[in-house]
Write a protein that binds this ligand. Sequence first.
Ligand code: PBG
Length: 329
Amino acid sequence: MQTLVGEYPTTRLRRTRLTPVIRAMVRETELSVKDFIYPLFAVPGKKIKHEISSMPGVYQLSVDEIVRECADVHALGIPAVIFFGIPEHKDEVGSGAYAEQGIVQQALRAVKKEVPELMLITDVCLCEYTSHGHCGIVRGDEIVNDASVELLTKEALSHAQAGSDMVAPSDMFDGRIGAIRRVLDANGFQNLPIMSYAAKYASGFYGPFREAAESTPKFGDRRSHQMDPANSDEALREVAQDIMEGADIVMVKPALSYLDVLHRVKQQFGMPTAAYNVSGEYSLIKAAASKGWVDGERVMMEVLTSIKRAGADMILTYFAKEAAQVLKK
Ligand code: PBG
């Protein structure tokens, strides 16, 4: 788009900023509660509501509490949640991820019954379920690709069978979108959409999440599958390949240090595009606000607006409930 602008003083750019009414008339980006997806952490047990110390206002919840929370979320007008699960037992192959009585599977069935209108998305990854904390199977010092993808297809199918409305693979292994698509289709779930964590970076901003999901790797890191923060052309290749393999929605994650990537992805592909406003991005604001260094509500709304302005159609955010309340005012 070519920008034409008149010369001062004929043109005074402040004219459209002088009152709240005219500011609202020319506003280009409008946040809506319909943009939000709220992450939830399911744990075994009953009546458990355990606050994550690094994420004030975010809790590990037992299934009964998840049902209550989902009713609240739905009442606020938030259209969707995404479930993460912390299993009773972890093992080398993450079998809790694809168990019929797995924690996410239980949460799905319970919430489907009580809050049927809420869209239930499930994060598909093994890191919360493996004893070593890696996203797949480990052999020697390698996190192996193809054998891990097979387990991820089992996890996605298991979520679908328990009532997931959309699966969201977050592992960043090669070929998993196509593999999951084939397994879902072969089992009658050809209408179940896939939201791919397509350009997911090896980021320090996941620190608080790993406390919440108890998924910190016991050795090594995730740099052999998650992307190098220095790259953005490569993100376009990742997204392109996931689209070719059948992704319905593509995600960029984290959001704030990657708004340029988000913008490029939206411009290049015009796909429904999600951004994950991750745990560390939440904690930074909460910490600064608690010290009185920033106005927490104001920077929350500024950050969410910037993510939408950059090109996100939807935002996964721990701020969803708070922002929904602000938007209601
Ligand atoms: C992997 C997963 C992670 C997050 C979402 N899915 C952690 C990781 O890759 O280490 C991070 C989300 C956040 O930081 O809020 N299952």
